[in-house]
Write a protein that binds this ligand. Structure first.
Ligand SMILES: [Mg+2]
Length: 241
């Protein structure tokens, strides 16, 4: 049942957001950027002579404003900022790749919420399971990659949530209709409005008991405080095995 009182279509596929849905990202990006800056200062000292940590961040924000083509590609945006700095400081592409890897490794140092793995183990084999993230985390790095049939990032699709193109791609990968997909995420706009607008069943994972943001129209959705009961929310249509 949705909170409109209408019976929902049977769910055949479930897609998940990653950051703040499967794991806590609080402080993680900040720490990853710090580690990257320390790496640069040690191995590419001219960078630290010309740029403070803050100035490097500011350069990325400037590029974000200037380069509409990078707005949905957080990996290329970070690399473009590093590339500009490398050029100014007389370093080559190796600096870009190494410094990005330092960031990316640290960006994956997150802790899964405790309700995640038990849920995925229960869902596995009963539903097509997918990931739709706006970030650049790789689900295969967490030991839960085996539960998922596909993972989509804006880098693959050229569009980010809430753009319908990324939800459309998820339906294609799952081989199901939008109404047969439940999308689960913490972000009211990107996840809940994005999925509901495309005709999916939207699940707002509200771990922090946040109020729905003023100024956003709330679509019909299931609101849950954790993932513990997620699988009790849907009418299921078991997949042919
Ligand atoms: Mg999220």
């Amino acid at each position: 049942m949705t909170d409109t009182g209408r019976p929902a279509a049977p769910v055949r596929a479930i897609t998940f957001d990653l950051d703040f849905t499967l794991w806590d990202l609080e402080g993680v990006l900040h720490r990853a950027e710090e580690l990257q800056y320390r790496f640069l200062a040690e191995h590419y000292p001219e960078v630290a002579r010309r740029y403070t940590h803050r100035a490097l961040q500011a350069l990325r924000f400037t590029l974000y404003e200037e380069r509409a083509d990078l707005r949905y590609n957080v990996t290329e945006l970070r690399k473009a900022a590093l590339r500009r700095v490398a050029g100014e400081c007389g370093y080559d592409e190796a600096m870009v790749e190494q410094a990005f890897e330092v960031f990316l490794d640290a960006r994956h140092e997150v802790k899964l919420y405790e309700d995640v793995e038990p849920l995925l183990a229960r869902l596995h084999g009963r539903y097509v399971l997918g990931v739709i993230t706006n970030g650049n985390a790789d689900i295969r790095r967490f030991g839960i990659g085996q539960y998922f049939d596909f993972a989509l990032t804006p880098m693959d699709i050229g569009a980010a949530k809430p753009d319908r193109a990324i939800f459309e791609a998820a339906c294609r990968h799952a081989g199901v209709e939008p109404a047969e997909v439940a999308h689960v995420g913490d972000d009211p706009e990107a996840d809940v409005i994005g999925a509901a607008s495309f005709g999916m069943q939207a699940v707002w994972l509200n771990r922090t008991s946040a109020a729905w943001p003023q100024g956003l129209v709330r679509p019909p959705c299931i609101e849950l405080p954790s993932l513990a009961d997620l699988d009790r929310q849907f009418q299921t249509q078991l997949l042919p095995s």
